[in-house]
Design a binder for this molecule. Structure first.
Ligand SMILES: Nc1ncnc2c1ncn2[C@@H]1O[C@H](COP(=O)(O)OP(=O)(O)OP(=O)(O)O)[C@@H](O)[C@H]1O
Length: 456
């Protein structure tokens, strides 16, 4: 995790330390909360998730044993096992620091600290926490983190969560089905985080975005000199995910030749890098996702049945947002909190009419569309209560006609033209971003970047 996105809790009984750390961290991280009473630690952790806690070792004057620090470290480990804990220890007290690491601390910081060093240590601890450079050998599954919390109280979402809980600890391959923006990638991350592979890598690949030529080298790797641009050997996504989870997104969009190669790799549990003839064994759990009707593609003969059976030991279908109106409100309030915090604004309320508007909208882009709509409303909204006018929602039918008329009447700035063209393409394909991207001649990743740029 990036320092900029982190929520940090600092617990120390010295007001000067709290003041100095708040001053240092507030421009570097997303949120910093300071607390001088360690007794309040657990209730703070219960109120909101923190990515890291900076914890002092001694709270009573004259005490230098660090025992209180160890006690609170243990309690944090029980309540928030994924939160990084950095202990603040007196300079020179290396023995306590080593004991702290053995007791489960992520790292320690010496008082007085150097600001640069502290930021560096904190950033490294956050990296370790997300597992991207983790050297941890623990095989214990971790609880889902806030970043991957799958929200929704509708019967459909409760069922999805129940299936995740059952399937996550197994080695079953899971196929995630559902429209764009329904949360398939989020479910994939939740499956990984609740699995025995949680401390190993989670590697995602958008296979629809890969050209036919790139598919093999991206997934299986290549050796130096395998093709003109291959100036160095490179491991593919399979090898990068070794021991962990590989998530193949948009699996329904790959052609028959790629399907055959993928099936061979899955059957043999090994990959052959491009340009090599030496197979490399791989141990991965495969999760895949698509918004395409995969069973219909099999019936039509454009997707191999034997490959589908490899992928869908378990199938989870994410329901479209329009079928779970109650979740719309819950998610809207959640995103309002997230974006208000991110922009350091008070959390806005929703007027009854605004809530009605959100519930009645068809959400062709599902949760992603709602997320962007709320973000835009939080940033541009006029007051503490969000009104219907703060949400400019387009239904697929109305989106096609309006911008064309506008273009005919007066010249539009280039950015507006780009935005309109994208919106029309998305509307024409009923929110299917893969098809819209294809029509626009963009990769899905490039389309996402533009959606973000235009806050669509
Ligand atoms: N149930 C949910 N609770 C909280 N956030 C959600 C939920 N479902 C989706 N989101 C958020 O909506 C956005 C889109 O979700 P995600 O990328 O997982 O969808 P997807 O189905 O994989 O989309 P695509 O098919 O377009 O790749 C993400 O920012 C995700 O965090």
């Amino acid at each position: 995790m990036n320092l900029k996105h982190a929520r940090i809790l600092v617990v120390d009984d010295e007001p000067d330390v709290l003041f100095a750390l708040r001053l240092l961290l507030k421009t570097e991280v997303r949120e910093v909360v300071t607390e001088k009473n360690p007794e309040r630690l657990l209730s703070l952790l219960g109120q909101q998730p923190f990515d890291a806690v900076l914890l002092d070792m001694n709270y009573r004057s004259g005490q230098t044993t660090g025992n209180e620090g160890f006690y609170w470290l243990g309690r944090i480990r029980e309540h928030a096992p994924t939160t990084a804990v950095l202990l603040l220890t007196a300079y020179g007290d290396v023995r306590t620091a080593v004991r702290a690491l053995k007791a489960g601390a992520t790292d320690f910081l010496l008082k007085p600290w150097h600001n640069e060093q502290l930021l560096h240590t904190l950033a490294a601890a956050l990296q370790t926490k997300t597992g991207s450079t983790s050297g941890s050998s623990s095989k214990k599954p971790v609880a889902p983190t806030a970043a991957t919390a799958l929200l929704g109280e509708s019967a459909a979402m409760q069922e999805v969560r129940a299936i995740i809980e059952k399937v996550a600890p197994t080695e079953a391959n899971v196929l995630l089905l559902g429209e764009n923006g329904t949360g398939k990638e989020l479910v994939a991350k939740a499956l990984h985080e609740q699995s025995r592979r949680a401390t190993r890598p989670f590697v995602a690949a958008d296979v629809a975005a890969l050209s036919e030529g790139l598919f093999e080298s991206e997934l299986f790797g290549h050796i130096k000199g395998a093709f003109t641009d291959a100036q160095a050997s490179r491991v593919g996504r399979f090898e990068a995910a070794n021991g962990g989870t590989l998530f193949l997104d948009e699996i329904g969009n790959i052609g028959l030749p790629q399907q055959a190669k993928l099936l061979t790799a899955l059957q043999n549990r090994q990959v052959v890098p491009v340009g090599s003839n030496v197979p490399v064994p791989v141990d991965i759990r495969l999760l895949s996702a698509t918004n395409a009707p995969l069973h219909a593609l099999v019936a039509r003969g454009t997707f191999r049945q034997d490959l589908m059976y490899r992928l869908n030991t378990v199938e989870i279908t994410l329901p479209p947002l329009r079928e779970r109106a109650d979740d719309v409100l819950l998610l809207a309030r959640h995103f309002a909190q997230v974006y208000a915090a991110r922009n350091r604004q008070p959390v806005p309320e929703f007027s009854a009419a605004a809530l009605r508007k959100l519930q009645e909208h068809a959400w062709p882009g599902n949760v992603r569309e709602l997320q962007h709509a709320v973000e835009r409303a939080v940033i541009l909204g006029a007051g503490p209560v969000l009104l219907p006018a703060d949400f400019s929602l387009r239904n697929p039918e109305s989106a096609t006609a309006a911008p064309v008329t506008a273009m005919a009447e007066q010249p539009l700035p280039l950015l507006e033209v780009e935005k309109n063209t994208i919106q029309q393409a998305i509307a024409r394909h009923q929110g299917n971003l893969t098809k819209a991207a294809k029509e626009l001649g963009l990769t899905r990743t490039a389309l996402y970047r533009r959606l973000d740029k235009h806050a669509i």
